[in-house]
Design a protein around this ligand. Structure first.
Ligand code: B12
Length: 212
């Protein structure tokens, strides 16, 4: 099975083919992480490039995102197979005004698979919703994703709001998303940043002081 094939199905937005390919790869025992990192994400990267260059418009991006979702739905339960006690509780979401959730879902899946308990609030999550969820679930960490330069400041607003309440003391904050940098993360007072999902797991473990 060629990983390039599933990348192409994502690029073409062929959801049934992407799903079928992923199912066959799983049946043949391919590592789900390899499917995601070497098949699905490279496909989405090309979609991103084409969108940027004006070769793709929103409808094409949407069908590609749908193909990515169908394939990820099959991989998710495998990454989530985890043993042992929870490493910590994480509240995750894409910030208010931002509907991009593919990267956030990957981070969510990887944290889940690594043994964290994940409360996924979805996308378009307001600072108030983050705060409420943290209080309700007694989370150790909050993860915010932003893909738009216009929505990045919502991460700052959320951190400021957390800082006005007592819960910030026992809560680690990690941020990410394509336009986010370590510099920006430090600037807004986040405790951690990761450029992609696998590193996000490492940083989460570091921040919560759990063994690697
Ligand atoms: C798919 C996509 C869409 C889809 C989203 C579907 C969905 N369900 O997510 C749709 C079509 C809806 C969409 C809409 C729009 N989009 Co769009 N979209 C993209 C695209 C092509 C890919 C994003 C993606 O999924 N990448 C793949 C994932 C795996 O990567 P990722 O998100 O970066 O996530 C990884 C890391 O960043 C990190 N990470 C992510 N989150 C987190 C969180 C934490 C805590 C951590 C630690 C790490 C982490 O780990 C992830 C996995 O490795 C990007 C281009 C690009 N190259 O990024 C544009 C892009 C983000 N979109 C863009 C724009 C402008 C828009 C629209 C405004 C377009 C419009 N005119 O309407 C709307 C906005 C809608 C809204 N309100 O949110 C711009 C943003 C420009 C900017 N500087 O702000 C981009 C960069 C395209 C471009 N070059 O112009 N989009």
């Amino acid at each position: 099975m060629e990983l390039g094939d599933v990348s192409n199905f994502i690029i073409e937005g062929n959801a049934p083919a992407a799903e079928q390919w992923t199912q066959s790869a799983i049946d043949e025992g391919m590592d789900p992480l390899v499917i995601v990192n070497e098949g699905l994400i490279p496909g989405m990267d090309v979609v991103g490039e084409r969108f940027k260059n004006g070769e793709y418009y929103l409808p094409e991006v949407l069908v590609s995102a749908r193909a990515m979702k169908w394939a990820m739905n099959l991989v998710r339960p495998l990454l989530a197979e985890t043993q042992g006690a929870s490493l910590g509780k994480v509240v995750i979401g894409t910030v208010r005004g931002d509907l991009h959730d593919i990267g956030k879902n990957l981070v969510s899946m990887m944290l889940d698979g690594a043994g964290f308990e994940v409360v996924d609030l979805g996308n378009d999550v307001s600072p108030e919703q983050f705060l409420e969820a943290v209080e309700e679930s007694d989370a150790n960490m909050i993860c915010m994703s932003a893909l738009l330069t216009t929505t990045m400041p919502i991460m700052k607003t959320t951190i400021e709001m957390l800082e006005q309440s007592e819960i910030r003391q026992n809560l680690r904050v990690m941020v990410g998303g394509a336009p986010v940098t370590q510099h920006y993360a430090s600037d807004i007072g986040a405790d951690g940043y990761a450029p992609e999902a696998a590193t996000a797991v490492e940083v989460a473990k570091e921040l919560l002081g759990v063994e690697k």
